[in-house]
Ligand binder design. Structure first.
Ligand code: MIG
Length: 844
């Protein structure tokens, strides 16, 4: 630890300075230019040898820790935070006495922290924004407490009644999390319902939004933490954990208190979802039961035969030899490399499930090497912990050990060589089966369904119990998997889909919402669930389309496919033994509709891909709640059956049976144009919109330019086709198009193409789209690019390219909109494309 000695020295000095009277007052210490650990913050000795440390992390972000003096080093060993120590910023410290209170203020560029130390040597902290308004503050009646021995912690914040609370990652709860109590303990909860808590993942991060102003709070604690959001007390948010002390970040959202800025900062701290390989944004087909090889080939062939685009096929646990991970059942899959290769040539990427449990079997290579290397979780006496899962009795890798992670990562060599391109990490809450003689009342989160709390883990050199590391088991499994894949295939973007994770896990893997049910209620629930994940940094998420447990009606499947059409991950999945659940499984009429739905996703792929490339830079979710961009629009604060995809598309899926119209709320700040009819809806209004069974209600922001491309059987086949920029009339708009090879990391070295786009209405009532000169070294194979102006009320106009008249052809989009299409060479040069309106008819 680089600053241990400096720290120890400073602290000894501090103790030496403490006179008995200073102890009564508590003792602030600010060291300007001291060791990095101390710089720019305040550290105050409180009662019972507990120290409060407050410092700036970013201009608008404060970190507050409360722990015994000798614990701060260990608190910095975060599994969530990317940089071990985010660079400190210096704040200005002032210190004054008010009556019997000592008030110490740390003022930063865009926020400040006010610490009030009371005569009993307790302290409360208020975070203020740039304007001096309170962002969030401790309840003066209940100052934060830590137990200096166990590390148990309890905090209570004031919660104004008009505050909305979002976030906490994957929760089976309404979008607004007020009036709920929740627990974070990753749990295998098949068939969870609205309100079941906890479920699979832990993200102790929330966003408070009040009167258009946001803040975020991250409680970085891996223990079984709880949050009581205005349930016990309507004006309080309480949280805590049975260990881990207090390590808390408050994000103020910049001077504007913008919720997007809160997410940018949270993901700057904990990492961002990487741009996935393009194929992973294609449609993915999964089910429990795709075997033997013949069946897998049949499914693939059926997609090509029906012309339904598909980029990925999954193999569930049945591909393995007796559920031994990293093996194949050769009777079902005699030649995996051949099969995977053939699928690949046909545009399918193979994804296989990977479970953490390693079968206890002396003749099984993974068990042998895992045991020899001592890579497994142990009992307190050092013996190997064993529990039953699919293969029978198993040992479990300790993913919090760097050596075990390295070993685990190397196990993927054969699968990578076989050509398997994606890895679906399941059962990593971790989940174990209940013992056969189990006679206690069953409950969905029974403690016996995971490792015993006292089992031991390495904790990256800070050995402790599973109680401390339980919630990071899945996250560290994905870290080990990703590191292994990058070492084996450095030129491929890893694709990992995980069930369990912890805050920050977004930098390693995408995730899905576990074992949902084929009901309308679950379809409806999937939207707030995915939105909650998005605003918590998890940009790549999906729910099992059609529902995992039980079987959807054709109508439910079709509506679910539509609702998932523009969610980050679009994957159908179902449990073993259910009827077929592919887009072509419901008869010719539904097949037709389902094809159109999946084609719509592929049509919008250039837009989606551009949004994910942006998200890698900003951390802002691609699938976003309506309030994110318009937090002052009170009508949309709890809207959870609509969402935005990037800033420019509004999706309002049908989530109820038997419905052919639905009410749509249009957010303020823009007008919205119906994707199918061209009808304009004013921002701030509501309307009943036609939603026949074949149609996903979709709206484009007026003024936007949406990059599209003709669908193809899979994403690679699409890439050579020209991009068509669909222009929706409206006000001034700026945006862009991002392109690259679709895989690999060359884009980070400049092998990318960025085209900035600007759309304005001209003074004569026409429209002008300016494509800026393309930057970056990537060149798409397409020789042309089209600009398509939507025709308003049957009135077209004349097209001009760089001021010269040009032939604009009248055409129709796939959804039936009439457009004037101008086709240009795709040479990357700057272009101005105008649609001048016809001479106005002057009424006599
Ligand atoms: O104990 O691998 O959530 O998607 O199909 C069940 C079989 C194990 C649970 C996953 C589900 C997967 C199933 N798995």
């Amino acid at each position: 630890m680089r600053s241990t000695s400096a720290f120890a020295l400073c602290f000894t000095l501090l103790l030496a300075l403490l006179s008995p009277s200073a102890v009564v007052r508590a003792h602030p210490l600010q060291v300007a230019g001291g060791s990095p650990e101390w710089q720019g913050g305040v550290r105050i000795a409180l009662k019972q040898d507990v120290v409060l440390d407050v410092r700036l992390v970013y201009a608008d972000t404060v970190r507050v820790r409360l722990a015994p003096a000798n614990r701060f080093e260990r608190l910095d060993r975060s599994y969530a935070v990317v940089a071990p120590r985010p660079a400190g910023l210096s704040g200005a410290v002032s210190d004054r006495i008010e009556g019997d209170l000592r008030i110490i203020t740390l003022a930063g560029p865009e926020c400040s922290a006010r610490v009030t130390v009371r005569p009993d040597q307790s302290a409360v902290v208020a975070i203020l924004d740039a304007a001096g308004n309170v962002v969030v503050e401790d309840d003066p009646a209940a100052p934060p407490r830590v137990d200096a021995v166990t590390g148990a912690v309890d905090v209570t914040k004031l919660h104004p009644r008009d505050q909305f609370v979002y976030g906490f990652g994957e929760k089976a709860l309404p979008l607004d999390r007020t009036s709920v109590e929740m627990v974070h303990w990753n749990s295998d909860t098949p068939g969870y319902k609205t309100g079941t808590d906890p479920i699979y993942q832990t993200t102790p991060f929330y966003i408070g939004l009040r009167r258009g102003k946001a803040y975020g709070l991250f409680f970085d604690n891996t223990y079984r933490s709880y949050f009581n959001v205005a349930k016990r007390h309507p004006e309080r948010i309480s949280f805590g954990a049975p260990g881990g002390w207090l390590d808390q970040y408050v994000f103020c959202g910049g001077p504007a208190r913008d919720p997007r800025q809160v997410i940018r900062r949270y993901t700057e701290l904990t990492g961002r979802s990487e741009l996935p390989p393009l194929w992973a944004l294609g449609y993915q087909q999964c089910r429990w039961g795709y075997y033997p090889e013949k069946r897998v080939r049949e499914i693939a062939a059926k997609f090509r035969e029906t012309g339904i685009p598909c980029d990925a096929i999954y193999l569930d646990i049945d591909y393995m030899d007796g559920y031994r991970v990293f093996t194949w059942d050769r009777s079902r899959f005699p030649n995996p490399k051949q099969m995977v290769g053939d699928l690949r040539r046909d545009g399918f990427h193979t994804v296989v499930i990977i479970d953490p449990g390693i079968k206890v079997d002396q003749a099984y290579a993974a068990y042998q090497s895992g045991r020899a290397g001592r890579h497994f979780v142990t009992m307190p006496d050092g013996s190997e912990f064993q529990g039953a899962v699919w293969p029978g009795l198993c040992a479990f890798p300790d993913f919090t050990s760097p050596r075990a992670r390295q070993w685990w990562g190397s196990q993927f060599a054969e699968l990578v060589d076989t050509g398997v391109r994606g890895f679906w990490t399941d059962m990593n809450e971790p989940s174990v089966f209940l013992p056969p003689n189990f006679d206690e009342p069953w409950s969905i989160q029974h403690p016996a369904k995971t490792f015993p709390a006292e089992t031991r883990q390495d904790g990256d050199g800070d050995p402790d119990s599973h109680a401390r590391y339980h919630n990071v088991y899945g996250q560290q499994m994905t870290r080990a998997t990703r590191d292994g894949l990058l070492a084996l295939a450095p030129d491929q973007r890893p694709f990992i889909l995980t069930r369990a994770t912890y805050a920050g896990g977004q930098r390693y893997a995408a995730s899905w919402t576990g074992d949902n049910i084929a009901t309308w209620e679950h379809l409806e629930l999937s939207i707030p669930m995915l939105l909650g994940m998005g605003v918590s940094g998890q940009n790549l998420a999906g729910a099992d389309i059609g529902g995992f447990i039980d079987s959807p009606t054709p109508e439910l499947y079709t509506r679910w496919l539509q609702a998932a059409c523009l969610t980050p991950i679009m994957r159908s999945h179902t449990v073993a033994g259910t009827p077929d659940q592919e887009p072509f499984s419901y008869g010719p009429e539904y097949t037709e509709i389902n094809r159109a739905t999946i084609e719509l996703r592929y049509e919008l792929m250039p837009y989606l891909y551009t949004q994910f490339a942006l998200a890698e830079q900003t951390g802002e979710p691609v699938m976003r709640p309506l309030w994110l961009d318009t937090p002052t629009d009170n009508r949309v604060l709890t809207t959870q059956d609509e969402f935005l995809v990037g800033p420019d598309l509004l999706v309002a899926p049908v989530v109820r049976p038997g419905v052919t119209t639905r009410r749509v709320v249009f957010p303020v700040g823009a007008d919205w144009i119906n994707w199918y009819t061209g009808e304009l809806h004013r921002g701030g209004t509501e309307a009943d919109v036609a939603a026949p069974i074949g149609r996903l209600p979709l709206f484009a922001r007026a003024g936007s330019v949406i990059p599209t491309r003709a669908p193809a059987p899979h994403t690679a086949a699409q890439l050579a086709g020209p991009v068509a920029l669909r222009v929706f009339p409206g006000g001034t708009w700026t945006g862009g198009l991002y392109e690259d090879a679709g895989d690999g990391f060359a884009y980070r070295g400049g092998q990318r193409a960025d085209t900035a786009i600007r759309h304005t209405s001209t003074s004569s009532g026409g429209q002008e789209v300016v494509l800026a000169a393309r930057t970056g070294a990537f060149r798409s194979a397409a020789t042309t690019v089209a600009v398509e102006f939507m025709v308003v009320a049957g009135v077209a106009g004349d097209a001009f390219v760089d001021g010269a008249p040009s032939r604009g052809a009248s055409a129709r989009t796939r959804s039936g909109l009439e457009v004037i299409r101008v086709v240009l060479p795709n040479d990357g040069a700057r272009k101005s494309v105008e649609l001048r309106s016809p001479a106005p008819k002057v009424p006599r």
